[in-house]
Design a protein around this ligand. Sequence first.
Ligand code: SF4
Length: 655
Amino acid sequence: MRYAETGYNLEVDLSRGNIERVETDPRLTELHLGGLGTNARILWDRVPPETEPFSPDNPLILSTGLLCGTPAPGANRTIVTTISPLTRYLAYSMMGGFWAPELKYAGYDKVILRGKSADLVYLYINNDKVEIRDASHLRGKGSNETAELIRRELKDPNVQVSAIGLAGENRVFFASIEQGRSSASRGGIGAVMGDKGVKAVAVRGTKDVNIARPAEFVELCNGVLRYIKDRESKPIPGVMPILAGLGSPQEMKLIDEEWHTTNFMWGNSRTRRKDFWTKDIEEKWRETQESVRTRLISCYNCPMKCGATISVPGVATYMMKCFTKLTYTMAAFSDLDFGFRIAQRATEYGVDGFSAPQVMAFALELLEAGILKESDVAGMPADNEGKFYWLLDRIVRREGIGDVLADGTYWAAKKLGSGAEEYAHNNIKKQEQLPLKLGMLNPVYYLMYSTGEKINITQIEGQFPQAPFMTKEETEEFIRDWIHVPDDRFKEYLRKWEFRGEFSNPYYPDIQASCDIVDWQEMMHYIDDALGMCAGLSSFPLKPPYHIHNYPSFITAATGLDMDEAGLAKITRRNRMLVRSVNVRRGLRRADEKPPEDHWKKRFPELEQELLSTYYKFKGWNMNGIPTREKLEELDLGYVAEDLEKRGILKDGQD
Ligand code: SF4
């Protein structure tokens, strides 16, 4: 009997219309757990580096995590993996909501889509019955609209639907997959789904998931719920509001947006409005938010209620995704009401809420600079908000200039030339980044930004505070019940950290401390991404209920695998190395690991290179960012080393 996982994947060949239920190898669970880990293994084994994102051979994997469908609070993430049209590397994007647990209850751990359908279709999974159904009547429909139409068609309100909108159908490079209460947005995975001719995957499951030691597991889960309740009554003092509690940035509960609006850049990630936030703005934004927020809602089996249903007069109800509330507002130099309005249309179209607003602001900058001509935007309204709606409509339809912009700022700038590349300034690995710009280089952030392969900073940062506390007393108070640290070195790192002087940014945390902190934070994310755990209860916030010391017990009780901290750390490093290796085989090198030039006002080129070199060494990568044979063998990835050597990427195990 298989525990926690079902032991079966659903393999769908869209070109041939073939559907197979395939038993998986339990040894792969021992090596990689599930979720991202086994997704990366499939990509390594099946997808040669020459495979183009829109090739029929590029699979789109919608995976549950190992703990999804178990009673573990917050274990509800779907991990979507494919080769990204935007970055051309492995994309992995998460969505919360209800889809992954439903797939487990239908009896599958993953849905692997390959090939391409000649006509637009949707997949209907109802326990053992799986059908490819005609979706021609859904062409052009919004993502939420599609979900609703499918539920009506199937006469089942409990079907969970992941769908693309017009952006995915038209292969917009930053198209998302939407799921009503969440979305998987980064890396243009929605474009790959559209390219395969799949409008939606609808799932209904009524089976059970087996747990190896049920009583022990349920007691662990109850402990998490008790911890959440206690932790929620004790917000952490001395940190920005968004970090004081748990959850996946609880933007919909939060009204105080001073930190984001004064620290993040507006427009095309260029303009900082230090004095923007005033009492008047706070009052106005409070009124707006409270008037449109009809209900706070949670993902499957979670008490946190991070999301909210939004009902703006004249606009269909939808769910706001955390930071999207601000991205359109800030890109357009507009107010919160505009953000809530345009986000509904963007959600139906299915676009990434980080990239889409930046691409539109980039277009307007190019127009101001004379790189785009008035003839390129003939018919665009004169008012600012109208311009954003106009551009969004054209991007998702790939009409006129929208066709160029639909490839994202990196590729659009290359196509446009005439100096446009200077305006595509906020990319790492070809993808638009969070518009955060800091005054002083922060070495931990520098490493996370540079080397992260999830390409989403909020999904890399984590359990170490983002800044030192103001006083020694606050620091000690924080450390008092900081049980989450892997070991006491991290407490010392925090104790020494100061706002000014020798032990402050950019030289502190020092290089070794920075490597340790980034490695810890990354490890937690890779665990979550294999287990399907929401980062909001684990790798992202300070003092979460899940951490490196209690995760092994959850895994053991759920799966029956004999897991300890060292074993879990090794699996995580193996998964991380495999993701790296897929990307290295596709061409990722040191030169790509470079944050935007203006991410920090003051740059320290020598220090940055030293940080990168030391971190590479620490991870077992050579100076070009390529995993060494020695490290690969240590992680039971000798077959990867052989492949990299055969391709001439590794020589003598090193370079
Ligand atoms: S913490 Fe928030 S985002 Fe995460 S599972 Fe719970 S409700 Fe969803």
